[in-house]
Design a protein around this ligand. Structure first.
Ligand SMILES: C[S@@+](CC[C@H](N)C(=O)[O-])C[C@H]1O[C@@H](n2cnc3c(N)ncnc32)[C@H](O)[C@@H]1O
Length: 501
């Protein structure tokens, strides 16, 4: 797209946005060509300044689009999350309404508005939304192979998405063609419809907001139960202008998207909530701290590692690396335990029998468990691992307690148990690292020498980040093991030794 066409579309979009009754757009920001569109400050902006306001009726949702008025029977009870809808459909022999989840509903609404062309009230907004994506959903096999042993490679879900499109979207579009296609418009063939489903699904994944209803607001005395109760009540919507903002793990505005992500995880503070107004009529985006002229206005998509950021949004950043995760299968851990404990087969079988497979997490997710940004959007403190993964340690500890019951000599005391835990974690990390065909140093070289670009570079960032985390876990385990040995040799008091892990 030429620069002038891009700028003209941005201008048309901004004019269209300002024409909605109830919108505001601060004079000190402008839309620019920044990794797609983004917003920058043209002059200093003080903290707590409303940068723009979006009236609820400007949001594309089941509530605002004409589609739900034209075929209301399709949209009954359309706010149940996808997984729930799938489960219900499975359990009840597929009798659940086809649009009983918010994803399916919003995909249908977006397809309808897109097919309306000039007739859609959101046409200038739809024109600035992307038609191509860098999310792995659209990568070739060769590009995907660059993710190597990253668990992200198995979470793309292209086949599942297409099954959902064929099972839930296409039948609605095809049986209501007279509604979806304006008079005289050519009908799309099945392949083109599937492509449009992918386009709208990916747009929603990277742009849509979870819309909160007032009745969903938490009871401040009982936030946890609110999180539970809130499941199934969400409606999703496309929020013009709020979604023009790029994002990073350090940011300077609060918006509904950030609000909902944090709230969903039950970690949003009152101070953070104060920057979001998602009342009945207007959604506002507010500066969390002073923004200086020339600075990009940045939103927050949550504490996502680069793998997840790539999967949902199609990009990676160095700041998101602090939230990187690695998945480790329990099978790998068990094989290392077996090598380490060296029990005879009969005893080993008895230990395994002690364990109810239902109580075991098949996969341990390793992360750094670091603090989230503060209420001004800044990250402070450590960005390296300081504690060993708690869940994995607990699972190992439970396994070794069971081992002790079968073979007391293998795990005679707590000190030996801690030593085995550290040895196993270190070895597991080494073996998990060896599942990636290239090593830490090789990937580092690719990145530091700028020998990769585009999708390949993003894949290398993801896999290298996972290797960095595995190395941190292995190094920390090794260091703690050495400390234990030193303490044991130096005759430290038993009480102190016990605190090693
Ligand atoms: C909600 S949109 C933000 C607006 C988008 N730049 C546009 O042109 O429409 C999210 C998308 O913006 C891009 N994006 C956001 N933040 C980014 C960043 N820090 N670096 C690179 N791309 C980013 C990604 O393509 C992401 O899927």
């Amino acid at each position: 797209m030429s620069g002038s066409h891009f700028a003209a579309q941005s201008r048309t979009f901004l004019d269209w946005f300002k024409a909605w009754q109830g919108t505001t757009f601060h004079d000190n920001i402008k839309i620019e060509d920044l990794r797609g569109r983004g917003a920058v400050a043209t002059a200093d902006i003080p903290e707590d300044t409303v940068l723009f306001s979006i009236p609820r009726k400007a949001i594309i949702s089941v509530e605002s689009s004409n589609l739900s008025k034209r075929i209301p029977e399709v949209f009954e009870d359309s706010t149940t999350p996808l997984e729930d809808a799938d489960n219900e459909a499975d359990e009840e022999g597929g009798e659940t309404s086809v649009t009983s989840d918010s994803w399916v509903s919003l995909i249908l609404v977006m397809m309808y508005e897109h097919l309306q062309g000039e007739k859609s009230p959101w046409k200038p907004y739809l024109d600035v939304l992307p038609s191509t994506f860098d999310t792995p959903m659209f990568w070739s096999e060769n590009e995907l192979s660059e993710l190597q042993a990253s668990a992200i490679a198995s979470k793309i879900g292209k086949d599942e998405a297409e099954n959902m499109f064929r099972g839930k979207i296409l039948p609605v579009v095809q049986s209501h063609a007279g509604v979806f296609y304006p008079e005289g418009a050519a009908r799309l063939c099945e392949d083109d419809l599937i492509e449009l489903c992918h386009r709208m699904g990916s747009t929603i994944m990277a742009y849509a907001f979870d819309l909160e209803n007032d009745e969903d607001r938490p009871d401040s005395e009982n936030e946890d139960s609110w999180v539970e109760d809130r499941e199934g009540k969400l409606m999703m919507g496309m929020v013009p202008m709020a979604d023009i903002l790029n994002a990073d793990a350090e940011f300077n505005v609060g918006s509904a998207k950030r609000y909902v992500l944090l709230r969903t995880q039950g970690t949003c503070t009152d101070a953070q909530q104060a920057h979001v107004n998602h009342g009945d009529d207007t959604l506002t985006v507010t500066s969390l701290r002073p923004i200086t002229a020339g600075e990009e206005v940045l939103n927050y998509y949550g504490p996502l590692g680069n793998g997840e950021l790539l999967r949902r949004y199609g990009y990676v950043t160095s700041k998101h690396a602090r939230y990187d995760v690695v998945e480790i299968s329990w099978d790998l851990v068990v094989s290392v335990l077996k090598d380490t404990l060296k029990l005879d087969e009969a005893s080993w079988g008895m230990v395994l029998n002690q364990f109810d497979p239902e109580e075991i997490e098949d996969t341990s997710v390793i992360d750094r468990d670091l603090d989230e940004p503060d209420s001004t959007g800044r990250v402070r403190g450590e960005s390296k691992l300081t504690r060993l993964p708690k869940d994995l340690q607990e699972q190992l500890s439970a396994f070794l307690k069971a081992t002790r019951k079968v073979s007391p000599a293998a795990v005679p005391d707590k000190q030996k148990r801690d030593q085995i835990i550290l040895t196993v974690i270190q070895r597991v990390c080494e073996l998990r690292t060896s599942q990636y065909p290239t090593g830490y140093a090789y990937d580092f070289d690719l990145l530091s020498q700028n020998r990769v670009a585009g999708r390949q570079k993003m894949a290398v960032v993801v896999r290298w980040g996972e290797k960095v985390l595995l190395k941190e876990v292995a190094d920390l385990s090794k260091m703690k093991l050495e400390e234990m040995k030193l303490n044991a040799d130096g005759g430290e008091p038993a009480e102190k030794k016990r605190k090693t892990v």
